[in-house]
Design a protein around this ligand. Structure first.
Ligand code: NDP
Length: 253
């Protein structure tokens, strides 16, 4: 069987799975963090879970770059740097900054996330560093690259700033939840998710690839229902929760 056939099957599978994930997650919220609950099998330490879950995306893209046929292509190198900037932070820094004591993370969620991360990294890395037509140096001046990069950087800034604003709400070892009034939290309950969605939308545009588009859609499918659940959870838990605040999209949703 040719690799391109397997690649296409996986790509189609991600598009189709996104639709199901989007619907299912409105009914069953993934059981980690504030939505953690009993009955989801064995667990491991959350920090370790996050590291294990995200590290493959950093490693796989590098391996695919090294075994690909674009090692001297400046645009391919830029793609590698952009992707790795996100995943270096997510795998090597963020998990170790998390507070919340010895919070647990279900192995089942880790397993689902790992399957997705392997497939997603493969699709993006293999397309960009092997299957795609060569991106010439003029791609750096293409409006798609410029707009996509601006979105990616803005999204990464919002995502990281919001995550660290949340982390600062707790002192070391504290496990509870507070209302955040700073930064983008004045407008929406989950600006970290908003930033993440912006990042991968930017990635889809700057790579102008179906693999990038599949990742962006899956991110929306994963995070939009969770943002809705988080928003509902805040409103139930805190009677004084700001009424004007939206779930995910400022002033709209
Ligand atoms: P959350 O916003 O639920 O939590 C982020 C961190 O802040 C956790 O450590 C959490 O603690 C803590 N926290 C959250 N709310 C409060 C509060 N009100 N008071 C005090 N502490 C709080 O994000 P996730 O854990 O779901 O996601 C983390 C990152 O991973 C985000 O940047 C997200 O965008 C990204 N992500 C990306 C996905 C994708 O599909 N690309 C999928 C999932 C996540 P605790 O763990 O105890 O709840």
């Amino acid at each position: 069987m040719e690799e391109s056939f397997i690649f296409n099957i996986l790509l189609i599978a991600v598009f189709i799975t996104s639709i199901f994930v989007f619907i299912i997650l409105f009914f069953i919220t993934a059981p980690y963090g504030r939505h953690m609950r009993k009955g989801w099998g064995i667990t491991l330490k959350a920090k370790f879970g996050w590291f294990l879950m995200e590290f493959p995306s950093l490693a796989i893209i590098l391996i695919l770059f090294l075994i690909g046929n674009r090692k001297n292509n400046p645009v391919a190198i830029a793609f590698l740097i952009i992707w790795s900037a996100h995943y270096f932070h997510r795998a090597m820094i963020y998990p170790f900054m998390m507070k919340g004591g010895n919070k647990k993370f279900p192995v089942l969620i880790l397993a689902f996330a790992l399957i997705f991360n392997f497939i997603n990294s493969y699709l993006n890395g293999r397309y960009l560093f092997y299957f795609s037509g060569i991106y010439s140096i003029s791609w750096f001046g293409d409006p798609r690259f410029i707009v996509g990069l601006i979105l990616f950087i803005s999204g990464m800034f919002i995502n990281i700033q919001s995550d660290y604003t949340l982390l600062k709400l707790r002192t070391e070892g504290e496990t509870g939840y507070k209302i955040c009034y700073k930064g983008f939290f004045r407008f929406i309950s989950s600006p970290n998710y908003f930033g993440e969605i912006l990042e991968w939308t930017g990635w889809a545009i700057l790579t102008w690839s179906l693999a990038g588009l599949a990742f962006a859609l899956f991110t929306v499918a994963n995070l939009a229902p969770r943002a809705y659940s988080n928003h509902k959870w805040y409103k139930n838990k805190f009677p004084s929760y700001p009424k004007e605040r939206k779930a995910l999209i400022p002033f709209i949703y």
